[in-house]
Ligand binder design. Structure first.
Ligand code: NAD
Length: 440
């Protein structure tokens, strides 16, 4: 579609709904073609996308491909490989009281027109991966990229219509006014990734139309480090997980929870790990990202004096650079512990041991992710059984979210619903109950 003025939200939704009503998006062949086209879009324009991600977030090309472009390609490939299986109707046992000739099963029906609203931190992956699921499930989709990553938003708004069926997929760019206007329309599902304040706005707007909603939110994801653990390995993995994308990752370890002796031993190892990864001057490392904007830069630098600086602590507003920073002796009620950090600051909070760590976590909002570094099966089992979080990672941060066959999503304040792989089909479909009794 070529419009001189942007199409109004109501018109876009009506146009996509009309397409959905024709049944065009339902055949598996249409879905697979769209997914293959999306894959072509990513492989043919990876460099453009990576450049936009560098403009918006200072993302290195390596990181852009690994965490956004190749990540999405993998999700597409996995979906193409398994879609026929996932869509197969599933027979259920028929109860005796209906007679021997009754068959019952469930089948997935597409929902209709889906709205995907994405955030700025992984502005390509977090827009496109839900779109993969919505298309695989046979829906029409409106994709709303984040206005806070404007270069990526512009590239996606140009590319998506060039590759996908424009009668069934539309991109609406914009910020609060545009999103507010979209949310006034009736959708069949809204998939929102971002913060809980806007999550509540989305949920309220959806309630008007009884639209089901997935909320992929954030929060403070703790990392518990047990005594008697290989702390050099822990420091290396924590550092990689925390400072990827300059800490602007929803499942980044937000803070470390450990006993005082382990904290003391871990501090120098974290400093070493930061040095090994980004050199003595991370500002000069091509692999280290920047803060999205001045507002977040100011918020984050305001948290830098929440504890004793182990490594980092420096910043440069003009470059939106904040060094990878580890803070020790952080009080549980210090400013850095009062909100999700969402930046390159890793506070270490000490507790007396396992029981207090579990209480500390359970006293707060349910996190999106919980990481446990422990050699003890009993300790690992206790975290699994006694805490609640969107996901649980033993020994390795972030990695669970790269597994397409695991559901990705939060619980409580960290969100509702989930996606990836088969879970995206579940999210973007209605599982219809069917009964069939012959007319004899
Ligand atoms: P953001 O500011 O880009 O907002 C997300 C989306 O909401 C954008 O598309 C924006 O246009 C829209 N929006 C903003 N204000 C709105 C309003 N008043 N009405 C309607 N729409 C509005 O991103 P953000 O919220 O700053 O993202 C950071 C948060 O997202 C963090 O809390 C992070 O943990 C969370 N997050 C979660 C996941 C996940 O998968 N669970 C992934 C990434 C980020």
């Amino acid at each position: 579609m070529n419009h001189s003025a942007p199409e109004q939200p109501a018109a876009v939704v009506a146009r996509l709904r009309a397409t959905f009503r024709t049944g065009r998006t339902k055949p598996a062949e249409w879905r697979m073609t769209q997914l293959r086209r999306l894959r072509d879009m990513l492989t043919e324009n990876g460099t453009d996308l990576a450049a936009a991600l560098h403009t918006d977030l200072g993302k290195s090309a390596t990181e852009a491909f690994r965490t956004e472009i190749d990540f999405t390609v993998r999700e597409i490939d996995h979906t193409l490989d398994h879609l026929a299986d996932w869509l197969r109707p599933e027979p259920a046992p028929a109860p005796a009281h209906l007679g021997a000739d009754v068959a019952v099963w469930t089948q997935y029906d597409p929902l209709g027109v889906v709205l995907v609203i994405a955030p700025w931190n992984y502005p390509a992956q977090l827009l496109l991966t839900p779109v993969v699921g919505a298309l695989a499930a046979g829906n029409a989709v409106i994709a709303k990229p984040s206005e806070l990553a404007p270069a990526t938003s512009a590239v996606l708004a140009r590319l998506l219509p060039a590759y996908l069926d424009t009668d069934a997929v539309a991109v609406v760019e914009g910020g609060v006014p545009e999103t507010t206007a979209l949310l006034a329309e009736r959708f069949d599902h809204i998939f929102y990734t971002g913060n809980g304040t806007v999550g509540r706005i989305v949920l309220r707007a959806a309630a008007e139309h009884l639209t089901p909603v997935t909320l992929e939110l954030g929060g403070k994801s703790p990392a518990f480090v047990d005594r008697d653990t290989d702390l050099a390995v822990v420091a290396d993995r924590l550092t990689r997980g925390k400072f990827l994308n300059a800490g602007q990752t929803c499942v980044a370890p937000d803070y470390v929870l450990t006993d005082p002796d382990t904290a003391a031993a871990l501090e120098p190892l974290l400093a070493n790990a930061v040095n090994a990864l980004y050199g003595s001057d991370p500002a000069a490392s091509g692999e280290y990202g920047r803060i999205i904007n001045e507002r977040h830069f100011d918020r984050l630098t305001g948290l830098l004096d929440s504890g004793r600086t182990v490594v980092g602590g420096t910043s440069d507003r003009a470059a939106k650079y904040i060094a990878p920073t580890v803070l020790a002796d952080v009080a549980p009620d210090a400013p850095v512990m009062r909100e999700e950090i969402f930046g390159p600051i890793l506070p270490i909070v000490t507790v007396s041991g396992l029981d207090e760590a579990i209480d500390f976590i359970n006293d707060r909002d349910k996190p999106l992710a919980l990481y446990v570094f422990s050699e003890s099966d009993r300790t690992r089992l206790r975290f699994a059984a006694e805490t609640s979080s969107g996901g649980l990672g033993h020994g390795l941060p972030l990695a669970h979210l790269t597994v397409s066959d695991l559901p990705f999503g939060g619980v409580g304040e960290s969100g509702m619903g989930n996606y990836h792989g088969p879970y995206s089909i579940e999210t973007f479909s209605h599982r219809k109950a069917v009964l069939d009794k012959p007319l004899r």
